[in-house]
Design a protein around this ligand. Sequence first.
Ligand code: TNX
Length: 509
Amino acid sequence: GMTVTGAAGAAGASSSAAAAASFPNVVVPVPVSETANGSTFTLASAATLTADDANVGGYLAGILRASTGYALPLTVGAAAPGTIALSLSGAPATVGAEGYQLTIKASSVLLQANSAAGLFHGVQTLLQLLPAQVMSPAKVTSVAWKATGGTILDYPRFGYRGAMLDVARHFFTVAQVEHYIDELSLYKVNYLHLHLSDDQGWRIAINSWPNLATTGGSTEVGGGAGGYYTQADYTTIVNYAASHYMTLVPEIDTPGHTNAALASYAALNCNGVAPPLYTGTDVGFSSLCVSLPLTYTFLDQVVGELAALTPGPYIHIGGDEASSTSQSDYTSFITKAQQIVGNHGKAVMGWHNIAAATLAPSTLAQFWDTTKSNSALAAAAAKGTKIVMSPANHAYLDMKYTKKTTLGQNWAGYVDVNAAYGWDPGNYLSGVSASAIAGVEAPLWSETLVTSANIDYMAFPRLPALMELGWSPESTHNQTSFDARLGAQGPRWHAMGVDYYKSTQVKWP
Ligand code: TNX
């Protein structure tokens, strides 16, 4: 961390005064401030847990019990603090809604936050200060469960720290999405964007348009069986995300990327003829029929069902690569789509191309290009549009790391760790001020990804790099320091069974 205070001479340092009192450089995203106190905490078999929030308490207990094998009894809302106490009182106001204060002493750990989300993020930091084997799902007996003592004060730079998973090009089951949520949690992600429809698949059951899922969901890239989420499945994902303090952002990509919908209903096509299902990887060939009234009935009913199932504020309407839609049709469509989403009580999120239309004040634009300037987007930002940054040449987790990477694509270049970390989301787009930036998102497109192991390999180690940019203050930005911190994550992923890319830019321990 940046504010590392040596504890030489610190009064009351309870363990070996000879040990240099500083925090190890291991936490990703790096906290706002870390002040060592010279003590060392050891989690012992008789330790107890107390929590003001049952969900976060249960989460921490689950991870610690599995790896340590200790009983770690959990009391919720206890008067007296346990060895490890998660408290919703006494946190400084400066940590805000998502931050926390973590105080580690020789015989106790006190985590304080103003919300359960803050406690959850603080728990991630605590876990990263314990030995890597703490992440093992099976009991490990050979480890002394020690953590450096001191105080950490921490809160996010940006309110939007997202990850996107493309479940349209290849379908991923509820269990696979939950597994990814588990991994994203470790790096303080707070939005999960699911790309639920594209040319190759429609992945969410819509009661008023049943063929979308049963026909449109019946295949995927490469011709596999595809799949879709029932509305109950979708709710399971929403709730699992919420229990990890992540808000779901569902995307129905329009007006392009719609072949799966057009193949499901002939009546949605301008010529009344349904195209065949598509299992290739081209983009830009499909469009909803912008002049057709039924197109808006369709959109209204799809958005209506999705909005009713989605507690979060955003419905993502896509809007990218609509090269089969004329420019005037495109802006007319986006304008109507914004109205429809607004009618259902939600704000629009869309890929930055939507800035060609006049955007509502609540609309969030997601920048994905490889350029550093975009005049339509800068003009929208000047009028109040907020931007989520996903520049493909830095933030796309589906880009190959190097030319030797077998998975992924390279249309935006190769993205190794230093490229993923080496940019500032607050000062990137020319003519766009930092105050217009809502945050960062790491998209993972799945044309080439089939398994959870494939997801893991592309997301790790780059996802943590993007989330450090989203969470940590700009003043902490330092490639060398980051690469060392990132290296410390390797043994943790190993303990969890995550097959990650061992980038040569990182010093793995
Ligand atoms: C571009 S970037 C797309 C996606 C592809 C991706 C592959 C954007 C908004 N659209 O349709 O899956 O490239 O990297």
